[in-house]
Design a protein around this ligand. Structure first.
Ligand SMILES: O=C([C@H](O)CO)[C@H](O)[C@H](O)COP(=O)(O)O
Length: 207
């Protein structure tokens, strides 16, 4: 199981420092939506330059103008970009097409999706990577990621990632459901010792 570190609500300098501290424990670097909004594609280029062989996901949360945004992020060095599930089919198809041209991938973010019809539609579009995700704001109301969410994609053939307030306490029950990748932001980035938390999480994922 892979560990993806989400860099959110951080300055450029904090991102670089946390990556420097945790690089050995993490498999995928996620450059968060807020960080991208603050610094744009230059920070994707910079992190690509610093970590040439790490997988990088740009959390673009694209919902329109799919071709343009996908080209922006892949040109900057991203390996994976996020596209929102509620986007039009054309947006999803366009980003999939660009990803194929670049030999890269899109991850469809299932934020706020609760219908299996939508999941069936995504499978028909040939989406192969999805993210079960409880958003930052929703976490205040519904709590952190809950394993009930796995039922949404049960029986479908996706590579599944999970995200939403996951921490060292909740990780063991999530791991039992065997997601392909666990995305963790705050539990690592806001920890007193990010290396320590990332290493402990990676050990749990490796068990
Ligand atoms: O995608 C995310 C969120 O929408 C903010 O942009 C986060 O990267 C994701 O939720 C992981 O972060 P934590 O919830 O802090 O673990």
């Amino acid at each position: 199981m892979k560990l993806q570190l989400a860099l959110d609500r951080l300055t450029r300098e904090e991102c670089i420092q946390i990556l420097n501290d945790t690089q050995e424990a993490i498999d995928i670097i996620e450059i968060g939506t807020g960080v991208i909004k603050e610094y744009g594609m230059p920070i994707v280029r910079e992190i690509r330059g610093l970590y040439p062989s790490k997988l990088i996901m740009a959390d673009m949360k694209t919902c329109d103008a799919g071709r343009h945004e996908a080209i922006q992020a892949f040109d900057a060095g991203a390996d994976i970009i996020t596209v929102m599930a509620f986007s039009s089919k054309l947006t999803i198809l366009e980003t999939l097409k660009v990803a194929k041209e670049y030999g890269k991938r899109i991850m469809v973010d299932l934020l706020e999706v609760d219908s299996r019809d939508k999941i069936a539609e995504l499978q028909e579009l040939d989406v192969d990577l999805v993210s079960l995700h409880v958003g930052k704001d929703k976490q205040q109301e519904k709590g952190d990621f809950n394993t009930d969410l796995f039922s949404l994609v049960k029986g479908y053939d996706f590579e599944v990632t999970v995200a939403g307030g996951i921490n060292l306490t909740t990780l063991p029950s999530i791991v039992k459901e065997k997601p392909d990748t666990v995305i963790v932001g705050s539990a690592i980035t806001k920890a007193e010792n990010p290396y320590d938390v990332a290493t402990k999480m990676k050990q749990i994922l490796n068990q």
